[in-house]
Design a binder for this molecule. Structure first.
Ligand SMILES: NC(=O)c1ccc[n+]([C@@H]2O[C@H](COP(=O)([O-])OP(=O)(O)OC[C@H]3O[C@@H](n4cnc5c(N)ncnc54)[C@H](O)[C@@H]3O)[C@@H](O)[C@H]2O)c1
Length: 315
């Protein structure tokens, strides 16, 4: 099966790495030759990491490299592709133009899946000849390691293409979830940002430091969240009474906490600068072996993700 990645930045190169790992012939397109060169280096580095973590052997490493072709020629990129993953900048005009270019050369029934983090598919598909096959397929960074793909549809998307997309992502071991209706931030970022608002609040109120927020999350609920979602967590918390019992038990206290918790809609003035100082201190305090720089911390994260993915039987 042939697939195409349009836009070769962080996400496009992550998808290309993943598609190649799953045995798919992958073409990666960008308007900027230098971005393609950078993407190839990023893909090699992604694969080198997987090789060093003993996820792939040397043969698989070389096969993945061979499966990826790069080009600045849109026709070459999309003409044989059955799935076209769009990863251009987060901008309606650019994405609409990319879709028009794809439609000039691509198969009429190819799935066009946008990696958009939050733009509306209805809007992205405006001006398309075949908007029925345009979907959202929002991945999580690093794409080659995180299984979640949030599938969204626009007004003109036909459900047959949603079904095809779900089958496709399942066939390559992703975990697709289909949103029943469009929602800003989709599912996962709404959840993440609800947590983050309170993370900001408790630092701003002087309840704890930036570092302590991260420790509380990482060494407490975060460990469980890596294994199951909040509903299952409360199911177990309720023992034989299940989540219903847990909620009945916690209910009155939680309503008091909610009354006290953040519900603001605008970031506190100057928070960016304050939190950066806190994160710099946190990074300085980390153990050398857990990484102190962005690059080393990302490596620490990715090694841990591999262990978790194996436990989830996703790798
Ligand atoms: N960065 C993330 O964590 C993340 C996570 C999930 C989804 N996304 C989404 O994925 C998409 C790409 O994000 P990114 O972080 O990889 O961005 P990026 O800036 O790293 O890459 C965008 C690429 O698109 C290329 N490009 C620009 N105009 C183009 C055109 N007309 N045709 C083809 N390519 C073009 C650029 O040269 C660049 O290489 C965005 O829609 C973004 O919202 C990003």
């Amino acid at each position: 099966m042939k697939v195409a990645c349009i836009g070769s930045g962080l996400i496009g190169s992550g998808w290309a790495t993943y598609f190649a790992l799953k045995g798919l012939e992958t073409t990666m397109f960008d308007i900027d030759e230098s971005k393609l060169e950078e993407a190839v280096e990023r893909i090699k580095s992604n694969l080198k990491f997987l090789y060093e973590a003993e996820v792939i052997d040397e043969r698989a490493f070389n096969q993945c490299i061979e499966r990826i072709t790069v080009t600045t020629d849109m026709k070459k990129a999309v003409e044989d592709a059955e799935v076209i993953q769009e990863n251009g900048p987060e901008n309606y005009e650019i994405k609409q133009k990319i879709i028009q270019d794809i439609e000039l050369y691509g198969k009429k029934d190819a799935i066009i899946a946008s990696s958009t983090s939050g733009l509306l598919i209805t809007e992205i598909a405006k001006g398309a000849n075949h908007p029925e096959r345009i979907i959202g397929a929002h991945p999580y960074n690093p794409v080659q390691l995180i299984p979640l793909v949030e599938i969204t549809k626009g007004e003109a998307t036909e459900s047959v293409y949603i079904d095809k997309a779900v089958s496709f992502y399942q066939s390559i071991d992703k975990e697709p979830i289909v949103l029943k209706k469009e929602a800003l931030g989709f599912i996962s970022n709404r959840l993440a940002l609800a947590l983050y608002r309170e993370a900001v609040e408790i630092v701003e109120r002087g309840i704890c430091t930036v570092e302590e927020v991260d420790k509380a999350c990482c060494f407490g609920p975060g460990l469980r969240y890596a294994l199951m979602g909040p509903n299952l967590i409360y199911q177990l918390g309720g023992g034989k009474y299940g989540i219903q019992g847990a909620l009945a038990h916690m209910g009155p206290s939680v309503e008091k906490w909610w009354e006290d918790m953040a519900d603001w809609k605008k970031w506190p003035e100057g928070y960016g600068e304050r939190v950066q100082k806190g994160v710099d201190e946190e990074m300085e305090n980390r153990r050398e072996s857990h990484g102190k720089t962005n690059e080393d911390i990302a490596m620490f994260r990715d090694k841990g993700l591999i262990m978790l993915l194996k436990y989830h039987e996703k790798m």
